[in-house]
Design a protein around this ligand. Structure first.
Ligand SMILES: Cc1ncc(COP(=O)(O)O)c(C=O)c1O
Length: 369
């Protein structure tokens, strides 16, 4: 008689966790193709960053400094705050999870715009809280008035993503200030600025200008995008000490590695940073060129302030994504909604324009300006 196959089906898991969709990392790009599905920086690290990471790798028998003090000090200096007002995490997604856990418990609500960063719903569910997803406006930006209206006694956190991933639209300074005026100051607002360095819109909100002005505001940024360190996982939050302490308490200890902080510290040294910001400027120029060309083709592309553009392909999403894939481009498709395409290698732009030029359909919305 053969023993029954061991099965984990009977193990009692939290049902809401077991029901979460598994993490989908984009398909790898085909040979000679382009991976434009994760908003990564297309350049490898600058030599000084690579050297710093290699040097830190030689000491990985030791635990890292649990509070990443050296990096917090540097960041505090540039943002004009104290090191205690800076929290470093293993990517800003870890920090988002920490803040949600710190503020929202079962029965509480977390308000965010939708569609936005894919991680938000899962982080809220893991905390045991409930998502309140407020639809984006027709121009694919946050509807901050509707978000303020959605705040109830149960609301503990509101997440504002600017520029919004995946649609690219930035919240304006005026919109944000009006919104903060409507949010009770005992509710935590997280301003997720993962793409801040790519923003060129003069009216866009800039968390840096708001530091110290609100007792309930935390600004989140990352080294993953503009600074090209997605692989080592390092991001940071700036905000009131009491809120940061609570978020610190929810972290798994020692999550930020010495390799990550060494990379980040090297990336903000003047020479390395100047080169990294030149790359950001090149990506911004490429983004503008790509967006303008797509709009000229007839695609209703919304404002693009990140390192990506949004194609509102609706029901055609799977078909368009497949055609891009056949041409060697992996983009992030959200079936029924749209496709997010990262601004990557120069050569990818020609391929994108060729394929998308063949697929454009006269739009009912007309091109965005
Ligand atoms: C809006 C937004 N926030 C946060 C993150 C997380 O970035 P990381 O955890 O790499 O810092 C991302 C990554 O794609 C993002 O798009």
């Amino acid at each position: 008689m053969t023993a029954p196959e061991p099965t984990s089906a009977r193990v009692r898991l939290r049902p809401e966790i077991a029901a979460l969709p598994p993490y989908r990392q984009g398909r790898p790009a085909p040979a000679n193709g382009f991976k434009l599905s994760s908003n990564e920086n297309p350049w490898p690290p600058v030599p000084a960053v690579e050297r710093a990471i290699a040097a830190a790798a030689a000491e990985v028998n030791r635990y890292p400094d649990a509070t990443a003090l050296a990096l917090r000090e540097k960041l505090a200096e540039r943002f004009g705050v104290t090191p205690d007002e800076v929290l470093v995490g293993a990517g800003s997604v870890s920090l988002l999870a920490q803040f949600v856990l710190a503020a929202a418990a079962p029965g509480d609500e977390v308000v965010y715009s939708w569609r936005s960063f894919e991680a938000y719903p899962g982080l809220v569910t893991v905390a045991g809280a409930r998502s309140v997803a407020v639809p984006n406006r027709a121009d694919h930006g946050h509807d901050l008035d509707a978000m303020a209206d959605a705040i109830t006694d149960r609301t503990r956190v509101v997440i504002v993503c600017s520029p919004n991933n995946p649609t690219g639209v930035a919240v304006t300074r005026d919109e944000f200030e009006r919104f903060m005026g409507r949010v009770p100051d005992d509710r935590l607002v997280l301003l997720d600025e993962a793409y801040a360095e790519f923003v060129r819109g003069p009216e866009a909100v800039d968390g840096r200008e708001l530091l110290g002005r609100y007792p309930n505001l935390v600004v989140l940024r990352t080294f993953s995008k503009a600074y090209g360190l997605a692989g080592v996982r390092v991001g940071y939050a700036i905000g009131p000490v009491g809120i940061l302490d609570a978020a610190r308490a929810t972290a798994i200890p020692l999550g930020v590695t010495a390799v990550a902080t060494a990379g980040a510290l090297a990336a903000i040294e003047p020479e390395a940073e100047a080169e990294l910001l030149r790359r950001v400027a090149a990506l911004v120029e490429r983004r503008e060129g790509l967006r303008d060309a797509l709009v000229a083709q007839g695609w209703p592309i919304p404002e693009a302030q990140g390192n990506f553009v949004w194609l509102p392909t609706g029901e055609r999403t799977v078909e368009v994504a497949e055609r891009l894939f056949e041409a060697g481009i992996v983009a992030r498709a959200f079936p029924g909604d749209g496709i997010r395409v990262s601004v990557g290698e120069t050569e990818s732009v020609d391929v994108l324009l060729r394929v998308l030029g063949e697929l454009v359909e006269p739009s009912q919305e007309g091109p965005s300006t």
